[in-house]
Design a protein around this ligand. Structure first.
Ligand SMILES: CC(C)(COP(=O)(O)OP(=O)(O)OC[C@H]1O[C@@H](n2cnc3c(N)ncnc32)[C@H](O)[C@@H]1OP(=O)(O)O)[C@@H](O)C(=O)NCCC(=O)NCCS
Length: 253
């Protein structure tokens, strides 16, 4: 297999991050799915096979193929040649071949996303807006006081969406840091009131040793039912541009 099987090589400039998305349900051809499976090393296939439900096995397969194909769009490495390792908190990272590419994955029913950059910390989270939530309980447990207060001030019908906005942004940030829940979730908080004017802001308490000027966040409604948040690390006051692309099948021909 070569990178030619996935189309032309793309450029990923330093101050850009690319968000690739795919709807797993469009991949139904058995031969295509067999070809995808053959891209994966035995341990990745075994992990997928352990999922109890077939929809999770399908989503797991497409997620892993999306990650490999996405990385291969930017360099001369065939999708089946990537090796990954998990960091101490479970974040998959490139173990080889050596590359400046960084990536992060997120999946929910009906949508899978992969965010990729060069040499920058990236985190992404996708959530389904229709998912049932015990949102008020969770807000009290996980959110900073400023977020909980803002949620209570939002009109009742708008609260679930605001809850998910905070949630999705928090997930994107902890995933970009790669530290999982070692980061106290109430130790940083978002102000989303200016999101449509590019004014999405984060604040950190002393328990989270970080600097808002080193992070760019995006928060988008997607396809009516989804929210996607991205977090990209950068040098102070640099701007980062996040562009979205659909990964159209077949992912590998
Ligand atoms: C991975 C984690 C950080 C997010 O999981 P999630 O939202 O359930 O699932 P997502 O689909 O967004 O992300 C899962 C993917 O992230 C990647 N991932 C796993 N651990 C990760 C970590 N520590 N950091 C970054 N990415 C990670 C993997 O690719 C994983 O895909 P896989 O399970 O198919 O291998 C999860 O382990 C976690 O700790 N969640 C925190 C839950 C919580 O309390 N959130 C409160 C927010 S207010």
């Amino acid at each position: 297999m070569t990178t030619a099987d996935i189309g032309p090589r793309l450029n990923l400039p330093n101050r850009h991050a690319h968000l690739w998305w795919v709807r797993p349900d469009v991949f139904t051809e058995p031969e295509e799915l067999t070809r995808y499976r053959e891209l994966l090393p035995e341990e990745e296939r075994a992990k997928i096979d352990r999922y109890r439900f077939s929809r999770d096995r399908h989503s797991g397969l497409i997620t892993r193929v999306l990650a490999r194909v996405t990385l291969s769009r930017y360099c001369d490495v065939a999708p089946n040649r990537w090796c990954f390792r998990a960091n101490a908190h479970g974040r998959p990272e490139i173990a080889g071949p050596t590359s400046s590419l960084r990536f992060n994955l997120s999946h929910t029913a009906g949508l899978i996303v992969c965010l990729v950059s060069r040499s920058r910390a990236v985190g992404v989270d996708v959530e389904n807006l229709n998912r049932h939530h015990r949102w008020l309980d969770l807000a009290e447990r996980f959110f900073a006081p400023a977020e909980s207060a803002e949620l209570k001030a939002v009109a009742g019908p708008d609260r679930p969406a605001r809850f998910l906005e905070y949630w999705t942004l928090k997930e994107a940030y902890i995933k970009a840091r790669g530290l999982g829940l070692a980061i106290p979730l109430n130790g940083f908080w978002f102000d989303v009131s200016g999101v449509h004017q590019g004014g999405l802001r984060v604040r950190f308490s002393e328990t989270v040793d970080d600097d808002p000027s080193r992070w760019a966040f995006t928060l988008e409604r997607f396809g009516g039912n989804y929210l996607i948040a991205t977090a990209v690390g950068h040098r102070p006051n640099e701007t980062v541009r996040v562009s979205s692309y659909e990964a159209i099948g077949p992912l590998v021909s």
